[in-house]
Design a protein around this ligand. Structure first.
Ligand code: MLT
Length: 267
């Protein structure tokens, strides 16, 4: 299932690939890696050709810069080209959603449909930029485990925290394994990303918006606003889930995602 592709820009990208047929791409958030999507890659094999890459700087992918939302998007485009894919469903969670929006801005012809999970369209506020600068300093001085310690509380909802400590531990391990170069690069990319709000009304491909009811990082109101702005979009709120809704409530997440993928008309 795991493979490596060298992009035309020289970056090596590690990715999981399962299934066959209509392609869909799963883009993880910050500071995750492709294992975030294990509950989807194992369950959605019947629903098409599923590709889950480690983004630049994370997991087993190369760590060299430059880092920007546009660069992440171009990395995805280059990976799809290497795999002979011209158009795919693009699904992104949180930072993965920021990349999905950059792909829509830069390469709309490559986007068959969008899944925007636990994400937001807006740019960072000045306060958020300051927090990102502080987190870069933490990453450089204390390493990824310290970053994981600061991020873990917001990653899951109150229900998961109370009921599933094993999931929280596993997620903490994932965050603590993130390379410092990837953390710093992603923070720079997120700080500098443009506001995508004005793009939402231009989205004319089928769009599914998913959010955990208990998501405190990208709260439900952000998803409701995206739903109102994207013509014909569908909004699914997952009860008992927080920011990593796909990991916290995989059955519910997979149900809405598989229904959405099945309903796409490829004729
Ligand atoms: C993520 O999960 O990707 C982050 O929470 C996104 C962010 O920090 O804006």
């Amino acid at each position: 299932m795991g493979d490596v592709s060298t992009l035309n820009n020289g970056l090596t990208v590690a990715y999981d690939e399962v299934g066959s047929g209509n392609p869909f791409v799963l883009l993880h958030g910050f500071p995750h890696n492709r294992s975030l999507w294990a509950p989807q890659t194992s369950a959605l094999v019947e629903h098409g050709r599923c590709i889950a890459p480690d983004l630049r700087g994370f997991g087993e992918s190369g760590r060299e810069g430059p880092y920007s939302m546009e660069q992440y998007a171009e990395d995805v485009v280059a990976l799809l080209r290497n795999l002979g894919i011209e158009r795919a469903v693009i699904a992104g969670l949180s930072m993965g959603g920021y990349i999905a929006m950059a792909l829509w801005r830069l390469r709309p012809q490559m986007v068959r449909a969008l899944v925007l999970a636990d994400t937001r369209p807006g740019a960072d506020s000045p306060e958020t930029r300051d927090k990102r600068t502080d987190l870069m300093a933490v990453a450089k001085a204390e390493g990824p485990a310290a970053v994981a310690n600061t991020q873990i509380a917001g990653m899951v909802g109150a229900s998961t925290r109370a009921q599933n400590p094993a999931l929280v531990d596993g997620l903490h391990q994932m965050l603590a394994a993130a390379p410092v170069e990837g953390i710093v690069g992603a923070l720079q990319a997120m700080m500098n990303r443009p506001d995508s709000t004005h793009l939402l009304p231009t989205i004319d491909v089928p769009t599914l918006i998913i959010v955990g009811e208990e998501d405190s990082l990208t709260p439900v109101k952000e998803s409701r606003a995206m739903h109102a702005a994207i013509p014909g979009s569908r909004l699914e709120i997952i009860p008992g889930a927080g920011h990593v809704s796909n990991l916290e409530k995989p059955a519910a997440f997979n149900h809405v995602l598989s229904e959405f993928l099945s309903a796409l008309n490829y004729a």
